[in-house]
Design a protein around this ligand. Structure first.
Ligand code: GDP
Length: 529
């Protein structure tokens, strides 16, 4: 029997999370550079024209010049085979961003040193915590004026609720940034502003307190560093790999992605601390990634907006065994056997056909419209299902109506299908029928995607009327009488496609008020399948 464990143990699959502009793209580029996956830093975002020459996936991408869905980049570094899952950040933030995290085994959180923890990081962090995956912190832009280091760590601990363990420590910031001190090896890596980012600078082996350090980083900063390290050694959490792997402690690194300072050190430590592809739970128990049987689950479906190619691509995370092009698998939810044709892998912005892939890898396969988010594929006849992907809370809501009332049927069909794919969520007033449809999205761009697709694919023009609701909670109590719930004036009672009851709120504080008024009520931020 073939043994795939060697290939699988080489794999490290992670997502990079951050608030827009913290430096996620810059860090990704530098990581790819170390793997030799791209020749020139700068090609992740690339020149718009270059990128669109290879990507004709979405018309809207071209119109907006942004990437609507996340991609995966694979590269080799040393003995490792690394898969980076890109999580779209700016206006293109969507439910897919969250779903991508379901395919990762760990996350790298990039934080802007002058800003600390920002809103989008918080949201993405919550999803990582839900899965208990290891989270690594890269505090970026140390070459710029930064907030106090202790304050930054405190921010992570209090806002995100995870303990921190600095692996290295910055020596000054901005104009006074002199480099980092490695707490374990006690070495100092000196930063030179002129170093414009192609290579890591030399590391100096000197003990704190050694006179030669005065010349290297200045007497004053040497003094400050010694004090800080003494304080840190007494006060910070001890490094504990188990706690890191369990998502309870985040190792913290300082650097500057733009000048490529601290990036390779980070990569090396990260690779040694993060996990190989994790076993995942199914209806038949936990599946070992190294078994010989192929299995995978779909975490994202990307519709092609180009009219000439109406295909969709289903992205799946391989959870066990080996994938071979053209192999026949069971589509468990669909109850059918099928051949996986045209498997693709994304390398930076290019698509290429893959012949083989292993647990930990992500592949995209042609989808004639049969897959749903969360579906399981496997090569055995056991037909187990991977744990589903939760529904994430939309944050923007709008009423949607078709302009031409004669097109009601196409309208309902289109809206339901697009919701089925997972691009939007649809809700109805609790007591009425399909008359009024409320659409909820995680990122506002999804409204445009909906409008565009209904017009181009279903010939239906729609009007969207924004609603003031921003918070949604699923009601977890079974059999509760929704009409008897005492709610605030800014609360709306709705149900989802499956008839599950939910509450929409305009204000955050109303959630607590409603909970206080209805003692037995249980609300959840994530919808179960
Ligand atoms: P993203 O939105 O998180 O992907 O952020 P980008 O990687 O696009 O970076 C946002 C901006 O910050 C760009 O102008 C980068 O050049 C800049 N930037 C990224 N890393 C650093 C850094 O380490 N130092 C400085 N000074 N600027 C940086």
């Amino acid at each position: 029997m073939a043994d795939y464990s060697k290939e699988i143990n080489k794999r490290r699959t992670f997502a990079i999370i951050s608030h827009p502009d913290a430096g996620k793209t810059t860090l990704t580029e530098k990581l790819l550079l170390y793997g030799g996956a791209i020749n020139l830093a700068g090609s992740v975002k690339g020149k718009k024209t270059d990128r669109h020459a290879v990507s004709d996936w979405m018309e809207i991408e071209k119109q907006r010049g942004i990437s609507v869905t996340s991609s995966v980049m694979q590269f080799n570094y040393g003995d490792y085979c690394i898969n980076i899952l890109d999580t779209p950040g700016h206006q293109d933030f969507s439910e897919d961003t969250y779903r991508t995290l379901m395919a990762a085994d760990s996350a790298v959180m990039v934080i802007d040193a002058s800003k600390g923890v920002e809103n989008q990081t918080k949201k993405l962090f919550k999803v990582c915590v839900m899965r208990n995956i290891p989270i690594f912190t890269f505090i970026n832009k140390m070459d710029r004026e930064a907030r106090d280091t202790y304050e930054l760590l405190d921010d992570i601990e209090t806002v995100l609720g995870i303990r921190t363990c600095p692996i290295n420590w910055p020596i000054g910031s901005g104009k006074n940034f002199k480099g980092v001190y490695d707490r374990e090896t006690k070495h100092i890596t000196r930063f030179y502003a002129a170093n414009n980012g192609q290579k890591e600078v030399d590391t100096v082996e000197v003990e704190l307190g050694d006179e030669s350090l005065d010349a290297l980083i200045g007497k004053e900063q040497h003094g400050i560093l010694s004090e800080e390290i003494e304080l840190l050694d007494g006060a910070s959490s001890e490094f504990d790999l188990e706690a890191v792997r369990g998502g309870k402690l985040t190792p913290v690194f300082f650097g500057s992605a733009l000048t490529n300072f601290g990036v390779e050190t980070f990569l090396k430590h990260f690779l040694s601390m993060t996990t190989t592809p994790l076993p995942r739970n199914t209806t038949e128990g936990v599946i070992d990634p190294a078994t010989n049987e192929f299995s995978a689950f779909v975490f994202k479906i990307q519709a092609n907006m180009n009219k000439a190619h109406r295909d969709r691509i289903a992205f799946m995370r391989i959870c066990s065994g080996k994938f071979e092009a053209g192999m026949e698998v069971n589509h468990v939810q669909g109850g059918k056997k099928l051949r996986l044709s045209q498997p693709q892998q994304l390398m930076a912005q290019e698509r290429k056909i893959v012949e083989e892939a292993y647990a930990g890898d992500i592949i995209g396969v042609f989808d004639p419209g049969i897959f749903s988010i969360g579906d399981t594929l496997c090569s055995t006849d056991k037909k187990f299902c991977y744990e589903g992907i939760p529904t994430f809370s939309p944050e923007h809501f709008a009423k949607v109506r078709q302009v031409d009332t004669m097109k009601r049927k196409q309208f309902l069909k289109g809206v339901s299908q697009i919701a089925q794919e997972g691009a939007i969520q649809i809700f109805q007033e609790f007591n009425t029928g399909m008359e009024e449809i409320i659409v909820g999205v995680v990122g506002v761009l999804q409204f445009d995607v909906l409008k565009f697709r209904l017009e181009s694919e279903y010939g239906v023009e729609i009007r969207l009327e924004p609603l003031a609701y921003e918070y949604i909670r699923w009601i977890e109590n079974k059999g509760i009488d929704i009409s008897k719930l005492s709610v605030t004036s800014d609360t709306k009672k709705v149900k989802d496609l499956k008839g599950n009851p939910l509450l929409l709120f305009v204000h955050n504080w109303s959630i607590q008020t409603v909970l206080d008024r209805n003692k037995e009520l249980k609300l959840s931020e994530f919808g179960k399948e």
